[in-house]
Design a protein around this ligand. Structure first.
Ligand code: HEM
Length: 541
Protein backbone atom coordinates (compact mmCIF):
# COMPACT_ATOMS: atom_id res chain seq x y z
CA UNK A 1 0.00 0.00 0.00
CA UNK A 2 1.50 3.37 -1.03
CA UNK A 3 1.38 6.49 1.12
CA UNK A 4 -1.63 8.06 -0.70
CA UNK A 5 -3.65 4.92 -0.38
CA UNK A 6 -2.80 4.69 3.33
CA UNK A 7 -4.04 8.24 4.00
CA UNK A 8 -7.20 7.59 1.97
CA UNK A 9 -7.99 4.55 4.18
CA UNK A 10 -7.23 6.60 7.27
CA UNK A 11 -9.64 9.35 6.13
CA UNK A 12 -12.41 6.82 5.51
CA UNK A 13 -11.87 5.28 8.95
CA UNK A 14 -11.98 8.81 10.48
CA UNK A 15 -15.27 9.60 8.70
CA UNK A 16 -16.84 6.29 9.80
CA UNK A 17 -15.76 6.92 13.39
CA UNK A 18 -17.20 10.45 13.36
CA UNK A 19 -20.51 9.18 11.94
CA UNK A 20 -20.58 6.51 14.67
CA UNK A 21 -19.96 9.04 17.46
CA UNK A 22 -22.56 11.45 16.00
CA UNK A 23 -25.24 8.74 15.65
CA UNK A 24 -24.60 7.46 19.20
CA UNK A 25 -24.81 10.98 20.60
CA UNK A 26 -27.98 11.84 18.63
CA UNK A 27 -29.61 8.57 19.71
CA UNK A 28 -28.81 9.17 23.41
CA UNK A 29 -30.11 12.76 23.13
CA UNK A 30 -33.40 11.54 21.60
CA UNK A 31 -33.86 9.00 24.44
CA UNK A 32 -33.06 11.66 27.04
CA UNK A 33 -35.47 14.24 25.56
CA UNK A 34 -38.27 11.70 25.16
CA UNK A 35 -37.80 10.76 28.84
CA UNK A 36 -38.05 14.42 29.86
CA UNK A 37 -41.23 14.87 27.79
CA UNK A 38 -42.84 11.67 29.09
CA UNK A 39 -41.63 12.21 32.64
CA UNK A 40 -44.50 11.77 35.02
CA UNK A 41 -43.83 12.87 38.57
CA UNK A 42 -45.54 10.53 41.01
CA UNK A 43 -47.45 11.80 44.02
CA UNK A 44 -45.55 9.66 46.53
CA UNK A 45 -43.64 11.96 48.87
CA UNK A 46 -39.98 12.24 48.05
CA UNK A 47 -37.40 12.35 50.78
CA UNK A 48 -37.72 15.62 52.65
CA UNK A 49 -34.11 16.67 52.42
CA UNK A 50 -32.24 18.78 49.95
CA UNK A 51 -31.10 16.63 46.97
CA UNK A 52 -27.58 17.95 47.41
CA UNK A 53 -27.48 16.29 50.81
CA UNK A 54 -28.46 13.06 49.17
CA UNK A 55 -25.79 13.25 46.47
CA UNK A 56 -23.26 14.35 49.07
CA UNK A 57 -23.94 11.21 51.08
CA UNK A 58 -23.63 9.15 47.89
CA UNK A 59 -20.25 10.75 47.23
CA UNK A 60 -19.23 10.09 50.79
CA UNK A 61 -20.09 6.43 50.45
CA UNK A 62 -18.00 6.26 47.28
CA UNK A 63 -15.13 7.81 49.17
CA UNK A 64 -15.60 5.31 51.96
CA UNK A 65 -15.20 2.58 49.39
CA UNK A 66 -11.47 3.00 49.82
CA UNK A 67 -11.91 1.87 53.45
CA UNK A 68 -12.35 -1.85 53.23
CA UNK A 69 -13.76 -2.29 56.74
CA UNK A 70 -16.96 -0.42 55.78
CA UNK A 71 -18.23 -1.66 52.41
CA UNK A 72 -20.23 0.88 50.36
CA UNK A 73 -23.28 -1.42 50.31
CA UNK A 74 -23.29 -1.35 54.08
CA UNK A 75 -23.31 2.46 54.03
CA UNK A 76 -26.02 2.63 51.39
CA UNK A 77 -28.20 0.29 53.47
CA UNK A 78 -27.59 2.40 56.57
CA UNK A 79 -28.45 5.56 54.61
CA UNK A 80 -31.71 4.16 53.21
CA UNK A 81 -32.84 2.71 56.56
CA UNK A 82 -32.11 6.12 58.13
CA UNK A 83 -34.38 7.77 55.55
CA UNK A 84 -37.10 5.14 56.27
CA UNK A 85 -37.12 6.26 59.90
CA UNK A 86 -37.41 9.95 58.87
CA UNK A 87 -40.28 9.01 56.51
CA UNK A 88 -41.95 6.56 58.93
CA UNK A 89 -45.17 8.60 59.11
CA UNK A 90 -45.73 8.78 55.37
CA UNK A 91 -45.24 4.96 55.19
CA UNK A 92 -43.42 4.93 51.88
CA UNK A 93 -41.21 7.26 49.89
CA UNK A 94 -39.74 7.77 46.49
CA UNK A 95 -36.21 8.51 45.32
CA UNK A 96 -35.54 9.55 41.72
CA UNK A 97 -32.46 8.08 40.13
CA UNK A 98 -32.22 10.12 36.92
CA UNK A 99 -35.85 9.92 35.84
CA UNK A 100 -36.64 6.53 37.29
CA UNK A 101 -38.71 6.46 40.49
CA UNK A 102 -37.49 4.04 43.15
CA UNK A 103 -40.39 3.48 45.58
CA UNK A 104 -39.31 2.21 48.99
CA UNK A 105 -41.76 -0.06 50.86
CA UNK A 106 -41.17 -0.72 54.57
CA UNK A 107 -44.60 -0.83 56.26
CA UNK A 108 -46.87 -3.93 56.35
CA UNK A 109 -49.90 -2.22 54.75
CA UNK A 110 -47.89 -1.04 51.71
CA UNK A 111 -45.90 -4.29 51.42
CA UNK A 112 -49.22 -6.17 51.28
CA UNK A 113 -50.33 -4.22 48.17
CA UNK A 114 -47.19 -5.26 46.33
CA UNK A 115 -46.73 -8.84 47.44
CA UNK A 116 -50.35 -9.98 47.36
CA UNK A 117 -50.85 -8.77 43.79
CA UNK A 118 -51.15 -11.40 41.07
CA UNK A 119 -50.05 -8.93 38.41
CA UNK A 120 -47.08 -7.19 40.08
CA UNK A 121 -44.85 -10.23 39.72
CA UNK A 122 -42.09 -8.99 37.42
CA UNK A 123 -38.60 -8.88 38.85
CA UNK A 124 -36.54 -5.72 38.45
CA UNK A 125 -34.03 -5.29 35.60
CA UNK A 126 -31.10 -5.93 37.99
CA UNK A 127 -32.10 -9.60 38.22
CA UNK A 128 -31.27 -9.85 34.48
CA UNK A 129 -27.60 -9.54 35.42
CA UNK A 130 -27.94 -13.06 36.78
CA UNK A 131 -29.26 -14.40 33.48
CA UNK A 132 -25.89 -15.59 32.06
CA UNK A 133 -25.89 -17.96 35.03
CA UNK A 134 -29.52 -18.67 35.90
CA UNK A 135 -31.06 -18.12 32.45
CA UNK A 136 -34.71 -17.44 33.04
CA UNK A 137 -35.30 -20.02 35.74
CA UNK A 138 -37.99 -19.78 38.39
CA UNK A 139 -36.35 -16.88 40.25
CA UNK A 140 -35.82 -14.61 37.26
CA UNK A 141 -38.57 -15.60 34.78
CA UNK A 142 -41.87 -13.85 34.45
CA UNK A 143 -45.32 -14.07 32.82
CA UNK A 144 -46.47 -17.34 31.30
CA UNK A 145 -43.09 -19.04 31.61
CA UNK A 146 -42.91 -18.36 35.35
CA UNK A 147 -46.52 -19.54 35.89
CA UNK A 148 -45.89 -22.82 34.01
CA UNK A 149 -42.63 -23.48 35.86
CA UNK A 150 -44.09 -22.66 39.27
CA UNK A 151 -46.97 -25.06 38.64
CA UNK A 152 -44.56 -27.75 37.50
CA UNK A 153 -42.10 -27.37 40.37
CA UNK A 154 -44.42 -26.75 43.33
CA UNK A 155 -45.20 -30.46 43.91
CA UNK A 156 -41.44 -31.16 44.09
CA UNK A 157 -41.48 -29.30 47.41
CA UNK A 158 -44.41 -31.21 48.87
CA UNK A 159 -43.83 -32.40 52.45
CA UNK A 160 -43.88 -36.05 51.43
CA UNK A 161 -40.99 -35.45 49.02
CA UNK A 162 -39.07 -33.26 51.43
CA UNK A 163 -39.26 -36.03 54.03
CA UNK A 164 -37.04 -38.09 51.76
CA UNK A 165 -34.29 -35.52 52.06
CA UNK A 166 -34.09 -35.86 55.86
CA UNK A 167 -31.31 -38.50 55.65
CA UNK A 168 -29.23 -36.08 53.52
CA UNK A 169 -29.72 -33.25 56.05
CA UNK A 170 -28.80 -35.72 58.78
CA UNK A 171 -25.71 -37.10 57.01
CA UNK A 172 -24.28 -33.69 56.10
CA UNK A 173 -24.93 -32.15 59.51
CA UNK A 174 -23.18 -35.12 61.16
CA UNK A 175 -20.13 -34.37 59.01
CA UNK A 176 -20.35 -30.75 60.15
CA UNK A 177 -20.55 -31.83 63.79
CA UNK A 178 -17.51 -34.07 63.42
CA UNK A 179 -15.61 -31.12 61.89
CA UNK A 180 -16.62 -28.94 64.83
CA UNK A 181 -15.33 -31.58 67.23
CA UNK A 182 -11.81 -30.79 66.04
CA UNK A 183 -12.34 -27.07 66.52
CA UNK A 184 -13.39 -27.12 70.18
CA UNK A 185 -9.92 -26.14 71.29
CA UNK A 186 -9.75 -23.12 68.99
CA UNK A 187 -10.32 -19.70 70.65
CA UNK A 188 -12.83 -18.94 67.88
CA UNK A 189 -13.99 -20.07 64.43
CA UNK A 190 -15.65 -18.17 61.61
CA UNK A 191 -18.87 -20.16 61.18
CA UNK A 192 -19.89 -18.85 57.76
CA UNK A 193 -17.49 -20.95 55.61
CA UNK A 194 -18.40 -24.05 57.64
CA UNK A 195 -22.14 -23.50 57.17
CA UNK A 196 -21.68 -22.64 53.48
CA UNK A 197 -19.81 -25.88 52.76
CA UNK A 198 -22.50 -27.85 54.60
CA UNK A 199 -25.48 -26.23 52.83
CA UNK A 200 -23.72 -26.52 49.47
CA UNK A 201 -23.24 -30.25 50.00
CA UNK A 202 -26.88 -30.54 51.03
CA UNK A 203 -28.26 -28.71 48.00
CA UNK A 204 -25.96 -30.59 45.58
CA UNK A 205 -27.00 -33.93 47.01
CA UNK A 206 -30.71 -33.09 47.09
CA UNK A 207 -30.89 -31.06 43.87
CA UNK A 208 -28.48 -33.02 41.69
CA UNK A 209 -28.06 -36.30 43.54
CA UNK A 210 -24.27 -35.84 43.68
CA UNK A 211 -21.98 -35.42 46.63
CA UNK A 212 -19.41 -32.71 45.83
CA UNK A 213 -17.90 -33.10 49.32
CA UNK A 214 -17.31 -29.39 49.88
CA UNK A 215 -17.11 -30.17 53.61
CA UNK A 216 -14.28 -32.59 52.99
CA UNK A 217 -12.37 -29.87 51.14
CA UNK A 218 -13.00 -31.38 47.68
CA UNK A 219 -14.25 -29.42 44.63
CA UNK A 220 -12.89 -26.25 46.16
CA UNK A 221 -12.71 -24.74 42.66
CA UNK A 222 -16.43 -25.19 42.24
CA UNK A 223 -17.15 -23.82 45.71
CA UNK A 224 -14.94 -20.78 45.06
CA UNK A 225 -16.53 -20.22 41.65
CA UNK A 226 -20.05 -20.10 43.13
CA UNK A 227 -18.84 -17.64 45.75
CA UNK A 228 -17.06 -15.38 43.24
CA UNK A 229 -20.04 -15.30 40.88
CA UNK A 230 -22.04 -13.74 43.72
CA UNK A 231 -19.28 -11.21 44.37
CA UNK A 232 -19.01 -10.19 40.70
CA UNK A 233 -22.78 -9.78 40.55
CA UNK A 234 -22.85 -7.37 43.48
CA UNK A 235 -19.87 -5.44 42.09
CA UNK A 236 -21.81 -4.99 38.84
CA UNK A 237 -25.14 -4.04 40.45
CA UNK A 238 -23.53 -0.94 41.92
CA UNK A 239 -21.93 0.11 38.62
CA UNK A 240 -24.63 0.69 35.98
CA UNK A 241 -22.01 1.44 33.31
CA UNK A 242 -21.07 -2.26 33.53
CA UNK A 243 -24.64 -3.44 32.80
CA UNK A 244 -24.07 -3.97 29.06
CA UNK A 245 -22.50 -7.42 28.65
CA UNK A 246 -20.08 -6.24 25.96
CA UNK A 247 -18.51 -3.79 28.44
CA UNK A 248 -18.62 -6.04 31.51
CA UNK A 249 -16.92 -8.99 29.87
CA UNK A 250 -13.78 -6.92 29.16
CA UNK A 251 -13.30 -5.94 32.81
CA UNK A 252 -11.27 -8.05 35.27
CA UNK A 253 -14.46 -8.82 37.24
CA UNK A 254 -16.28 -9.72 34.03
CA UNK A 255 -13.53 -12.09 32.89
CA UNK A 256 -13.56 -13.76 36.31
CA UNK A 257 -17.36 -13.96 36.25
CA UNK A 258 -17.40 -15.76 32.87
CA UNK A 259 -14.49 -18.05 33.84
CA UNK A 260 -16.33 -19.06 36.99
CA UNK A 261 -19.52 -19.51 35.05
CA UNK A 262 -17.82 -21.95 32.68
CA UNK A 263 -16.51 -23.91 35.67
CA UNK A 264 -19.91 -24.15 37.37
CA UNK A 265 -21.77 -24.93 34.15
CA UNK A 266 -19.36 -27.63 33.09
CA UNK A 267 -19.94 -29.48 36.37
CA UNK A 268 -23.73 -29.29 36.10
CA UNK A 269 -23.59 -30.28 32.42
CA UNK A 270 -21.50 -33.33 33.26
CA UNK A 271 -23.85 -34.31 36.07
CA UNK A 272 -26.96 -33.83 33.93
CA UNK A 273 -25.48 -35.88 31.08
CA UNK A 274 -24.43 -38.67 33.40
CA UNK A 275 -27.82 -38.76 35.15
CA UNK A 276 -29.71 -38.68 31.89
CA UNK A 277 -27.73 -41.61 30.42
CA UNK A 278 -28.20 -43.52 33.62
CA UNK A 279 -31.95 -42.94 33.64
CA UNK A 280 -32.36 -43.80 29.96
CA UNK A 281 -30.45 -47.03 30.49
CA UNK A 282 -32.71 -47.96 33.40
CA UNK A 283 -35.84 -46.58 31.70
CA UNK A 284 -36.69 -45.41 35.16
CA UNK A 285 -38.50 -42.30 34.07
CA UNK A 286 -41.29 -44.41 32.59
CA UNK A 287 -42.21 -45.83 35.98
CA UNK A 288 -43.11 -42.82 38.09
CA UNK A 289 -45.14 -39.75 37.29
CA UNK A 290 -42.99 -36.64 37.58
CA UNK A 291 -43.51 -34.79 40.83
CA UNK A 292 -46.27 -37.18 41.83
CA UNK A 293 -47.43 -36.90 45.39
CA UNK A 294 -46.80 -40.56 46.13
CA UNK A 295 -45.93 -41.18 49.73
CA UNK A 296 -42.35 -42.24 50.43
CA UNK A 297 -43.40 -45.85 50.80
CA UNK A 298 -45.08 -45.84 47.38
CA UNK A 299 -42.08 -44.37 45.65
CA UNK A 300 -39.33 -46.72 44.55
CA UNK A 301 -36.43 -44.68 45.87
CA UNK A 302 -35.56 -41.14 46.84
CA UNK A 303 -35.43 -38.96 43.74
CA UNK A 304 -33.11 -36.00 43.56
CA UNK A 305 -34.70 -32.84 42.23
CA UNK A 306 -32.62 -33.23 39.04
CA UNK A 307 -34.00 -36.71 38.42
CA UNK A 308 -37.51 -35.34 38.73
CA UNK A 309 -36.69 -32.59 36.23
CA UNK A 310 -35.11 -35.09 33.84
CA UNK A 311 -38.14 -37.34 34.06
CA UNK A 312 -40.20 -34.42 32.89
CA UNK A 313 -37.72 -33.62 30.11
CA UNK A 314 -37.67 -37.20 28.86
CA UNK A 315 -41.44 -37.33 28.76
CA UNK A 316 -41.99 -33.87 27.36
CA UNK A 317 -39.17 -32.76 25.01
CA UNK A 318 -40.56 -29.19 24.91
CA UNK A 319 -39.02 -28.96 28.39
CA UNK A 320 -35.45 -28.88 27.05
CA UNK A 321 -32.12 -29.78 28.63
CA UNK A 322 -31.41 -26.03 28.82
CA UNK A 323 -34.59 -25.66 30.89
CA UNK A 324 -33.39 -28.42 33.21
CA UNK A 325 -30.01 -26.80 33.74
CA UNK A 326 -31.37 -23.28 34.36
CA UNK A 327 -33.58 -24.66 37.12
CA UNK A 328 -30.72 -26.65 38.62
CA UNK A 329 -28.57 -23.49 38.70
CA UNK A 330 -31.44 -21.48 40.19
CA UNK A 331 -31.93 -23.94 43.02
CA UNK A 332 -28.21 -24.27 43.63
CA UNK A 333 -27.98 -20.50 43.98
CA UNK A 334 -31.15 -19.86 46.00
CA UNK A 335 -30.81 -23.02 48.04
CA UNK A 336 -27.42 -22.71 49.69
CA UNK A 337 -26.34 -19.12 50.43
CA UNK A 338 -29.68 -18.17 52.03
CA UNK A 339 -29.67 -21.16 54.38
CA UNK A 340 -25.94 -20.85 55.16
CA UNK A 341 -26.44 -17.27 56.36
CA UNK A 342 -29.63 -18.14 58.25
CA UNK A 343 -27.76 -20.91 60.12
CA UNK A 344 -24.74 -18.72 60.83
CA UNK A 345 -26.87 -15.87 62.21
CA UNK A 346 -28.95 -18.28 64.30
CA UNK A 347 -25.80 -19.65 65.95
CA UNK A 348 -24.52 -16.11 66.43
CA UNK A 349 -27.77 -14.99 68.13
CA UNK A 350 -27.80 -18.08 70.36
CA UNK A 351 -24.16 -17.43 71.25
CA UNK A 352 -25.19 -13.94 72.33
CA UNK A 353 -28.14 -15.15 74.42
CA UNK A 354 -27.01 -18.08 76.63
CA UNK A 355 -30.35 -18.39 78.47
CA UNK A 356 -32.24 -18.76 75.17
CA UNK A 357 -29.65 -21.29 74.01
CA UNK A 358 -30.17 -23.27 77.19
CA UNK A 359 -33.92 -23.33 76.62
CA UNK A 360 -33.38 -24.72 73.11
CA UNK A 361 -31.05 -27.38 74.51
CA UNK A 362 -33.58 -28.36 77.17
CA UNK A 363 -36.19 -28.80 74.46
CA UNK A 364 -33.78 -30.99 72.47
CA UNK A 365 -32.80 -33.08 75.53
CA UNK A 366 -36.47 -33.64 76.14
CA UNK A 367 -37.09 -34.80 72.56
CA UNK A 368 -34.03 -37.06 72.34
CA UNK A 369 -34.05 -38.31 75.92
CA UNK A 370 -30.44 -37.17 76.27
CA UNK A 371 -29.37 -39.50 73.45
CA UNK A 372 -27.07 -37.15 71.57
CA UNK A 373 -26.35 -39.60 68.75
CA UNK A 374 -29.81 -40.70 67.62
CA UNK A 375 -30.69 -39.65 64.07
CA UNK A 376 -33.37 -36.99 63.79
CA UNK A 377 -36.70 -38.19 62.43
CA UNK A 378 -39.71 -36.46 60.91
CA UNK A 379 -41.73 -36.58 64.16
CA UNK A 380 -38.88 -34.92 66.10
CA UNK A 381 -39.08 -31.87 63.84
CA UNK A 382 -42.68 -31.07 64.78
CA UNK A 383 -41.65 -31.11 68.46
CA UNK A 384 -38.86 -28.51 68.00
CA UNK A 385 -41.25 -25.63 68.63
CA UNK A 386 -38.94 -23.30 70.54
CA UNK A 387 -36.10 -23.88 68.05
CA UNK A 388 -38.54 -22.91 65.29
CA UNK A 389 -39.24 -19.60 67.08
CA UNK A 390 -35.48 -19.03 67.37
CA UNK A 391 -35.07 -19.55 63.61
CA UNK A 392 -37.95 -17.16 62.92
CA UNK A 393 -36.59 -14.50 65.27
CA UNK A 394 -33.16 -14.81 63.63
CA UNK A 395 -34.71 -14.30 60.19
CA UNK A 396 -36.50 -11.23 61.56
CA UNK A 397 -33.27 -9.59 62.73
CA UNK A 398 -31.11 -10.95 59.92
CA UNK A 399 -33.37 -11.73 56.94
CA UNK A 400 -31.23 -13.76 54.51
CA UNK A 401 -32.77 -11.79 51.62
CA UNK A 402 -32.45 -8.15 52.76
CA UNK A 403 -34.64 -6.67 50.02
CA UNK A 404 -37.06 -7.76 47.32
CA UNK A 405 -37.35 -5.78 44.09
CA UNK A 406 -40.18 -5.59 41.55
CA UNK A 407 -40.56 -3.59 38.35
CA UNK A 408 -44.17 -2.55 37.65
CA UNK A 409 -45.14 -2.55 33.98
CA UNK A 410 -48.40 -0.69 34.63
CA UNK A 411 -49.33 1.92 37.19
CA UNK A 412 -51.04 0.91 40.42
CA UNK A 413 -52.31 2.61 43.54
CA UNK A 414 -50.93 2.38 47.06
CA UNK A 415 -52.21 4.48 50.00
CA UNK A 416 -54.06 6.68 47.45
CA UNK A 417 -50.83 7.43 45.59
CA UNK A 418 -50.41 6.46 41.97
CA UNK A 419 -47.19 4.57 41.27
CA UNK A 420 -46.17 5.38 37.67
CA UNK A 421 -45.40 2.53 35.24
CA UNK A 422 -41.80 1.25 35.10
CA UNK A 423 -41.09 2.29 38.68
CA UNK A 424 -38.77 0.11 40.68
CA UNK A 425 -40.49 -1.04 43.88
CA UNK A 426 -38.10 -2.04 46.64
CA UNK A 427 -39.25 -3.84 49.79
CA UNK A 428 -36.72 -3.35 52.59
CA UNK A 429 -37.34 -6.54 54.54
CA UNK A 430 -34.70 -5.65 57.10
CA UNK A 431 -36.48 -2.35 57.90
CA UNK A 432 -40.00 -3.84 57.77
CA UNK A 433 -38.95 -6.38 60.43
CA UNK A 434 -37.77 -3.56 62.70
CA UNK A 435 -41.16 -1.83 62.87
CA UNK A 436 -41.90 -1.21 66.59
CA UNK A 437 -45.67 -1.32 65.93
CA UNK A 438 -45.38 -4.98 64.92
CA UNK A 439 -42.35 -5.88 67.05
CA UNK A 440 -41.99 -3.92 70.29
CA UNK A 441 -38.35 -3.48 71.31
CA UNK A 442 -37.40 -4.48 67.78
CA UNK A 443 -33.64 -4.60 68.35
CA UNK A 444 -33.95 -7.34 71.02
CA UNK A 445 -33.71 -11.07 70.28
CA UNK A 446 -36.99 -12.46 71.69
CA UNK A 447 -38.07 -15.79 70.12
CA UNK A 448 -41.26 -15.76 72.26
CA UNK A 449 -42.67 -13.13 69.85
CA UNK A 450 -43.48 -16.03 67.56
CA UNK A 451 -45.48 -18.05 70.09
CA UNK A 452 -49.00 -18.37 68.60
CA UNK A 453 -50.55 -16.32 71.42
CA UNK A 454 -48.04 -13.48 70.87
CA UNK A 455 -48.45 -13.47 67.09
CA UNK A 456 -52.21 -12.86 67.28
CA UNK A 457 -53.24 -9.56 65.69
CA UNK A 458 -49.90 -8.97 64.00
CA UNK A 459 -50.26 -7.77 60.42
CA UNK A 460 -49.76 -10.79 58.09
CA UNK A 461 -47.27 -8.80 55.99
CA UNK A 462 -45.23 -7.53 58.95
CA UNK A 463 -42.90 -10.51 58.70
CA UNK A 464 -41.90 -11.78 55.23
CA UNK A 465 -38.43 -13.39 55.32
CA UNK A 466 -39.55 -15.80 52.58
CA UNK A 467 -41.50 -13.07 50.74
CA UNK A 468 -45.24 -13.73 50.41
CA UNK A 469 -48.00 -14.02 47.81
CA UNK A 470 -47.63 -15.74 44.45
CA UNK A 471 -43.84 -15.22 44.22
CA UNK A 472 -42.97 -16.41 47.69
CA UNK A 473 -40.04 -18.72 48.34
CA UNK A 474 -40.76 -22.17 46.98
CA UNK A 475 -38.03 -23.64 49.21
CA UNK A 476 -39.21 -22.35 52.59
CA UNK A 477 -40.28 -25.73 54.02
CA UNK A 478 -37.05 -27.25 52.73
CA UNK A 479 -35.09 -24.44 54.42
CA UNK A 480 -36.92 -24.78 57.76
CA UNK A 481 -36.36 -28.55 57.86
CA UNK A 482 -32.70 -28.18 56.95
CA UNK A 483 -32.15 -25.48 59.56
CA UNK A 484 -33.85 -27.41 62.32
CA UNK A 485 -31.82 -30.56 61.65
CA UNK A 486 -28.45 -28.82 61.32
CA UNK A 487 -28.99 -26.60 64.39
CA UNK A 488 -30.39 -29.43 66.50
CA UNK A 489 -27.42 -31.65 65.70
CA UNK A 490 -24.97 -28.87 66.64
CA UNK A 491 -26.78 -27.78 69.80
CA UNK A 492 -27.20 -31.32 71.13
CA UNK A 493 -23.42 -31.53 71.36
CA UNK A 494 -22.01 -28.03 71.73
CA UNK A 495 -22.40 -24.89 73.75
CA UNK A 496 -21.90 -21.86 71.51
CA UNK A 497 -20.52 -18.46 72.52
CA UNK A 498 -20.37 -15.39 70.27
CA UNK A 499 -17.33 -13.24 70.80
CA UNK A 500 -18.57 -9.95 69.32
CA UNK A 501 -21.58 -7.91 70.52
CA UNK A 502 -24.26 -6.98 68.00
CA UNK A 503 -23.26 -3.34 67.66
CA UNK A 504 -19.78 -4.40 66.57
CA UNK A 505 -20.96 -6.81 63.91
CA UNK A 506 -21.24 -4.95 60.61
CA UNK A 507 -23.81 -6.29 58.15
CA UNK A 508 -23.86 -5.82 54.38
CA UNK A 509 -26.58 -6.74 51.86
CA UNK A 510 -24.28 -8.74 49.59
CA UNK A 511 -26.91 -10.79 47.68
CA UNK A 512 -27.74 -12.20 51.10
CA UNK A 513 -27.32 -10.52 54.51
CA UNK A 514 -23.60 -11.04 55.13
CA UNK A 515 -21.20 -10.25 57.94
CA UNK A 516 -18.34 -7.93 56.98
CA UNK A 517 -15.74 -9.34 59.37
CA UNK A 518 -15.48 -13.01 60.43
CA UNK A 519 -18.43 -14.13 62.57
CA UNK A 520 -16.42 -15.33 65.59
CA UNK A 521 -17.95 -18.17 67.58
CA UNK A 522 -16.50 -20.57 70.15
CA UNK A 523 -17.74 -24.16 70.35
CA UNK A 524 -17.38 -26.15 73.57
CA UNK A 525 -18.54 -29.70 74.31
CA UNK A 526 -21.79 -29.65 76.25
CA UNK A 527 -21.40 -32.54 78.69
CA UNK A 528 -18.86 -34.90 80.25
CA UNK A 529 -20.23 -37.60 77.97
CA UNK A 530 -19.42 -35.38 74.96
CA UNK A 531 -15.95 -34.54 76.28
CA UNK A 532 -15.20 -38.23 76.45
CA UNK A 533 -16.30 -38.59 72.86
CA UNK A 534 -14.00 -35.82 71.69
CA UNK A 535 -11.00 -37.19 73.58
CA UNK A 536 -11.59 -40.62 72.07
CA UNK A 537 -12.03 -39.21 68.53
CA UNK A 538 -8.90 -37.11 68.79
CA UNK A 539 -7.01 -40.15 70.04
CA UNK A 540 -8.14 -42.21 67.03
CA UNK A 541 -6.82 -39.55 64.68
C1 HEM B 1 -33.51 -19.34 54.95
C2 HEM B 1 -33.59 -19.70 53.71
C3 HEM B 1 -34.28 -18.94 52.61
C4 HEM B 1 -34.78 -17.67 52.59
C5 HEM B 1 -34.75 -16.64 53.71
C6 HEM B 1 -35.36 -17.47 51.28
C7 HEM B 1 -35.99 -16.29 50.87
C8 HEM B 1 -36.54 -16.10 49.63
C9 HEM B 1 -37.17 -14.88 49.21
C10 HEM B 1 -37.32 -13.62 50.05
C11 HEM B 1 -37.59 -15.06 47.93
C12 HEM B 1 -38.27 -14.03 47.05
C13 HEM B 1 -37.17 -13.35 46.26
C14 HEM B 1 -37.69 -12.28 45.36
O1 HEM B 1 -38.88 -12.13 45.13
O2 HEM B 1 -36.81 -11.56 44.86
C15 HEM B 1 -37.23 -16.41 47.53
C16 HEM B 1 -37.51 -16.96 46.31
C17 HEM B 1 -37.09 -18.21 45.92
N1 HEM B 1 -36.45 -19.14 46.71
FE1 HEM B 1 -35.92 -18.90 48.65
N2 HEM B 1 -35.19 -18.60 50.54
C18 HEM B 1 -34.56 -19.53 51.31
C19 HEM B 1 -34.22 -20.82 50.94
C20 HEM B 1 -34.49 -21.38 49.74
C21 HEM B 1 -34.17 -22.74 49.37
C22 HEM B 1 -33.55 -23.76 50.33
C23 HEM B 1 -34.55 -22.91 48.07
C24 HEM B 1 -34.47 -24.13 47.21
C25 HEM B 1 -34.29 -25.34 47.61
C26 HEM B 1 -35.11 -21.65 47.61
C27 HEM B 1 -35.59 -21.42 46.34
C28 HEM B 1 -36.20 -20.25 45.94
C29 HEM B 1 -36.71 -20.03 44.59
C30 HEM B 1 -36.62 -21.00 43.42
C31 HEM B 1 -37.28 -18.75 44.58
C32 HEM B 1 -38.00 -18.07 43.43
C33 HEM B 1 -39.48 -18.40 43.55
C34 HEM B 1 -40.35 -17.73 42.50
O3 HEM B 1 -40.06 -16.61 42.07
O4 HEM B 1 -41.36 -18.35 42.14
N3 HEM B 1 -35.06 -20.76 48.64
N4 HEM B 1 -36.59 -17.02 48.59
Amino acid sequence: MDEDEFYRVLRVVGIVLRIFVFVTFAFSAIIFISKVIRFERCSIPTVNCHPILFYFSALLSLYKQSRPEVPPLCLILLGITGVCRIAAKQKLFCIYVLFKPFIIFFKPETVEVLLSSTTLIDKSKEYELLSPWLGTGLLTSTGKKWRRRRKLLTPAFHFSILDEFIPVFQEQSSILVSKLQYLVHEPWVDVVPLMTACTLDIICQTAMGVNIDAQGGRNTEYVRAVHEIGESFMYRVLRPWLYPNFIFKWTAYGRRFYDNLRRVQSLTKRVIKHKRQDMEAREEYAVIEPFSNHSPSQRKKRKAFLELLLEHHLKDPSFTEEDVSEEVHTFMFEGHDTTAMALSWALYCLGQNPEIQQRVQEELDDIFDDDIDRDIEREDLTRMKYLECVIKETLRLYPSVPFIARECKNSFTVLNHKVPPHSLCLILTCELHQDPESFPEPEKFIPERFFPENSKGRHPYAYVPFSAGPRNCIGQKFAMMEEKIVLANILRKFRVTSLDPRDEVLVTPNLTTKNVKPLRLRFEPRSIQCTWLFVKDNFDV
